[in-house]
Design a protein around this ligand. Structure first.
Ligand SMILES: [Zn+2]
Length: 713
């Protein structure tokens, strides 16, 4: 199994290549993940969590294996056992919640038709699976592992259920083939798909599962309920750009969909992609000491997303008949997503609450980072839906988690969710009006006893703690009003002075070890964070910080908190994974941007230092849409105007939008495009080149739990 003692070493291997083979030096190479190597003969070293490389992070087809280390060296990077304080906290959770109530399990299995073993979606060729529940088989154990919060364990079991389900009438759902659900409504002649999962591979597999058990009607309509990637990313697995362009398939989305996609996943795409690795534990191997669940679903998909822009948008509450199916759209703009809508099917008495009602407390703020959401508005939309459709609804479904049937139970679920968001919003506002700051509010606020025991509002995805802070952020922003916090030293300088005042690193570690033994993990994590920022090479600080984060992860009820803590622990122990992270700002999402948004994206990439002292004005003529734009770089800022041309531009470029995308993505250069007849440049041809040379590129894999590598920027 474990080879002779050597230092760990990362090596490049072809994806899917068998990893358990002796290398030239006689050292055993171990597969580091069940995902990469499912062969039972190759016992996975799931302990080496940071070297597991999900395909979605791969820019090129390579994987990193690990030259197994000595047991002593391995101990440094191995997830550790739950400490006594963790066992106590988890046991208390097990005592205080109504685990005997199994209604959710019945609901999650209701209408089950069929599935494929492990919900396996194989990777192409030699590639590892895009999706599989097999690594989560450990969740079949009735009682939670002691390194997992028992409430999260229960949710994780529910989210492991997968298959094709009949909801009612002509409404079906495929669940458990991605983090989100695909809802399939049978029209008279074709299918109406509500949401398309997160990647073409999982979407194709979900639709195929449906077709194996139902008539193979063509897809006629795709509805995106909202602007999040787990709901549109799979579109190219269920239809094609050609079919949409030919009018064979219409794609409907709420108004503002494309703008919301752009602002959420392109403009801040690189940072959000990296932070999503923490939120979803993307680098963690599944297991009782690794990834267990994302709270809202099992995990995020492991293949690149796709996007086809909507052919039409829904602007207001209205009822349409599509292929014999009556559909009432109910706008929920600015709730869980900036562009979102709820859907009611009167013929089937089914209400689809999109992502506004789930069997969890959702996020008013997401740990990956996004604009905060309005809990008041969110609550109001749920109330509106209850009022408009509640007495005509037999089943409520969502685009995550499982349906609830029966009018009384539907009403109860909607009310509970409505009140939960309103409670968080209003009580956080009440406390901030007493002058409490975010940390104080988060620490003070407790759910009312009437909601405390409701499984559907437990914090598996959002938490009361970070949602309360979101309300503060929405109304008062980042500043807590205390001028000591107005302009403090940045992390590294702050840490150095703090550690110095605390009597130096060695003294801090001695005391922190005592606190760790007492279970004071929050404090130890924070103290060790100071030590690591003061001196990232301190092994002792990294180890103890990792140990503290890990215990916090084992206690967390929220999937994203657990994942964030465990990823933090892994990176403290092993450093930033040597992988090329993929940004959600990719060819498909960039193509979906309007031209103005596209120029905003270029503005985000403008490297101010390179633009220092430069001034250039470029006219753009788009041959495909006939649109005119002028962009100006001045004062290290890129601004644009639509429908205009500058009289004294440095250059005028005539091209199709696709050529501009290719230039921005580095797929071609301007001289190449000119040579190929795809672009024409009049005026000073050097100027556009100058602009492109000023554009920055982002490395997704930046440091999070340690100081930024200053040499890189
Ligand atoms: Zn979603």
């Amino acid at each position: 199994m474990v080879g002779p003692a050597t230092n760990r070493k990362a090596i490049d291997l072809g994806l899917g290549e068998r990893l358990a083979k002796p290398d030239a030096k006689g050292v055993t190479l171990e597969c580091c993940s069940r995902w990469i190597c499912e062969d039972d003969a190759h016992e996975p070293l799931s302990v080496i969590s940071d070297f597991w490389i999900p395909p979605m992070l791969l820019r090129s087809a390579f994987a990193i294996a690990v030259v197994a280390a000595s047991p002593a060296a391995l101990a440094q990077i191995t997830p550790k056992a739950a400490e006594p304080a963790t066992l106590k906290a988890n046991a208390e959770m097990a005592r205080n919640l109504p685990f005997a109530d199994r209604q959710d399990f019945d609901d999650a299995m209701k209408g089950f038709i069929a599935t494929v073993p492990d919900a396996l979606v194989p990777g192409r060729g030699q590639r590892p699976p895009v999706w599989s529940m097999k690594p989560y088989a450990f969740l079949k154990e009735e009682g939670a592992a002691d390194s997992v919060n028992p409430s999260l364990w229960r949710q994780a079991q529910l989210n492991t259920i997968h298959g094709l389900f009949k909801v009612t009438g002509r409404v079906y759902q495929v669940r458990g083939f991605d983090i989100a659900n695909m809802t399939i409504v049978e029209g008279d002649t074709g299918l109406i798909l509500v949401d398309t999962l997160g990647s073409p591979d999982t979407a194709r597999a979900a639709l195929e599962l449906y077709y194996r058990h139902r008539p193979r009607k063509p897809v006629g309509t795709v509805i995106y309920t909202h602007s999040h990637a787990d709901h549109f990313g799979g579109i190219k697995g269920v239809t094609s750009e050609a079919d949409v362009a030919a009018g064979k398939v219409q794609v409907l989305a709420p108004a503002g969909f494309t703008e919301a996609v752009a602002s959420e996943i392109v403009l801040a795409g690189s940072a959000m992609s990296r932070r999503a690795q923490y939120q979803f534990g993307i680098i963690l191997p599944p297991g009782p000491r690794g990834h267990v669940d994302s709270g809202l679903g099992k995990t995020v998909g492991r293949a690149p997303l796709s996007l086809i822009a909507p052919t039409a948008t829904v602007e207001r509450n209205e009822t349409r008949t599509i292929d014999g199916v009556e559909i009432a759209f109910h706008m929920a703009q600015g709730s869980e997503a900036p562009a979102e809508m709820l859907i009611y099917f009167p013929q089937f008495r089914v209400l689809d609450m999109a992502e506004d009602v789930n069997h969890t407390m959702h996020n008013l703020y997401t740990l990956r980072g996004s604009e905060v959401r309005d809990g008041n508005l969110w609550s109001r939309y749920i109330g509106e839906a209850l009022e408009a459709f509640g007495d005509r609804t037999d089943v409520v479904i969502g685009q995550h988690t499982w349906p609830v049937a029966g009018q009384a139970r539907v009403a109860r679920l909607l009310k509970t969710q409505r009140d939960m968001y309103k409670f968080i919003n209003d009580q956080s506002l009440r406390l901030l009006n007493h002058g409490y700051t975010p940390l104080e509010i988060a620490e003070t606020l407790r759910m009312p006893a009437s909601l405390e025991q409701e499984w559907s509002v437990r914090g598996y995805y959002g938490t009361l703690s970070h949602n309360a802070k979101a309300v503060y952020q929405k109304y008062l922003g980042w500043y807590d009003g205390n001028p000591a916090n107005l302009n403090p030293l940045p992390p590294v300088e702050n840490a150095r002075k703090t550690v110095e005042y605390m009597g130096g690193a060695d003294a801090v570690i001695v005391r922190a070890r005592d606190d760790f033994a007492r279970g004071e993990y929050r404090w130890v994590a924070s103290a060790m964070n100071q030590l690591v920022f003061a001196d990232p090479s301190s092994r002792a600080a990294r180890e103890l910080g990792a140990d503290a984060l890990e215990q916090l992860g084992y206690q967390a009820e929220a999937g994203p908190w657990r994942d964030a803590y465990l990823v933090g622990a892994a990176e403290l122990r092993n450093g930033v994974p040597r992988i090329s992270g993929a940004s959600t700002a990719n060819a498909d999402t960039i193509r979906a941007l309007g031209i103005g948004q596209f120029f905003d994206y270029l503005g985000v990439r403008l490297d101010a230092a390179k633009a220092e002292g430069k001034a250039l004005t470029i006219n753009w003529i788009f041959t495909d849409s006939g649109q005119l734009f002028v962009t100006t770089v001045e004062n290290s800022a890129l601004t644009w105007m639509a429908g205009r041309q500058a009289t004294k531009a440095d250059a005028t470029i005539t091209l199709a939008r696709g050529t501009l995308d290719a230039l921005a993505l580095g797929q071609t250069t301007l001289p190449e495009a000119v040579k190929a007849g795809l672009a024409k440049v009049e005026g000073d041809a050097a100027k556009p080149e100058e602009l492109l040379a000023m554009l920055d590129t982002f490395n997704v894999m930046f440091e999070v739990v340690e100081p930024k590598n200053a040499t890189r920027r």
